[in-house]
Design a protein around this ligand. Structure first.
Ligand SMILES: Nc1ncnc2c1ncn2[C@@H]1O[C@H](COP(=O)(O)OP(=O)(O)OP(=O)(O)O)[C@@H](O)[C@H]1O
Ligand SMILES: [Mg+2]
Length: 249
């Protein structure tokens, strides 16, 4: 289980997230919506443990352990993995070597199978993400994440910039990663997905959606309903809801 309590985060001395509470149980997939600049990526980077994101209040518990003070690699070893909104290029490291490392020593055949699944068999000898197109980057991220077999998968806009055909492939990969076709009690992975378009909702059993506005969680509820409301009315209501709640306190 991931349990985030009153999480407050600063980046470059500016408070970006304020008092975030969020709980995801094993097997569940939750979805984060919110306007540009509201702090969605900041939340994912903070859960992953990037040092630039300073927790000034609150805590992050993962599988019952307080991980707030752990380093990024310690969190990765515990089973937390992410796919970047804007994946970094790693010059001098072949994609094959990264996938092999993520597969923890499985043979070359397993690497090839993983690459074929992501339609990236011809990309294994290229440096990680170097010169990849927008859609290729997103598939490369998912391939590496799937190889890692995380217990918590943090997906930052996995479908942005992906064409309509490849969205189906991305959706299938995420479906497999988050074990959609497994009964929830049998699943080992939980997910937190950031999306603007909601296309990905067709491929996952998303349980709960949240709207993050100005670094605070506005509403929480059925992700399909939230998406329909945002499409119809924009984020105005979410901001009014946050202000209303603050006045009530
Ligand atoms: N290193 C930084 N220095 C200063 N401000 C930063 C830094 N990183 C993030 N921010 C600010 O934090 C705020 C939240 O950014 P974040 O990337 O989390 O937004 P987001 O909700 O993911 O937006 P988008 O939908 O556009 O991806 C933004 O105003 C951003 O400019
Ligand atoms: Mg973002």
């Amino acid at each position: 289980m991931l349990d985030i309590k009153e999480l407050t985060v600063e980046v470059e001395d500016r408070e970006i997230l304020h008092d975030i509470n969020l709980t995801i149980r094993t097997g569940e997939t939750h979805v984060l919506f919110g306007p540009n600049g509201s702090g969605k990526t900041t939340l994912i980077m903070t859960i992953m443990g990037f040092p630039k994101y300073k927790v000034t209040k609150g805590s992050i518990l993962f599988q019952g352990k307080d991980i707030t003070g752990l380093t990024l690699d310690e969190r990765a070893r515990l089973g937390i993995g992410m796919s970047f909104q804007r994946p970094p290029v790693v010059r001098g490291v072949k994609t094959r070597d990264m996938v092999t490392a993520c597969l923890k020593g499985q043979d070359g055949e397993a690497v090839t199978q993983m690459a074929e699944k992501a339609d990236l068999a011809d990309f294994l000898e290229r440096d990680i993400n170097y010169g990849f197109s927008g859609g290729e980057l997103k598939r490369s991220e998912l391939m590496q994440l799937m190889a890692q077999k995380p217990e918590l998968a943090l997906l930052d806009e996995p479908e942005s910039g992906v064409d309509l055909v490849n969205i189906v492939l991305i959706g299938q990969l995420i479906n497999e990663l988050l074990e959609k076709d497994c009964p929830i009690s049998m699943r080992k992975c939980m997910g937190l997905i950031i999306t603007h378009t909601g296309h990905i909702l067709d491929y996952v059993n998303a349980r709960t959606g949240y709207v993050l506005c100005e670094g605070r969680i506005g509403c929480e509820g059925d992700p399909h309903e939230i998406l329909a409301t945002i499409k119809e009315k924009g984020y105005g209501e979410c901001i009014r809801c946050i202000i209303g709640r603050r006045l009530l306190r």
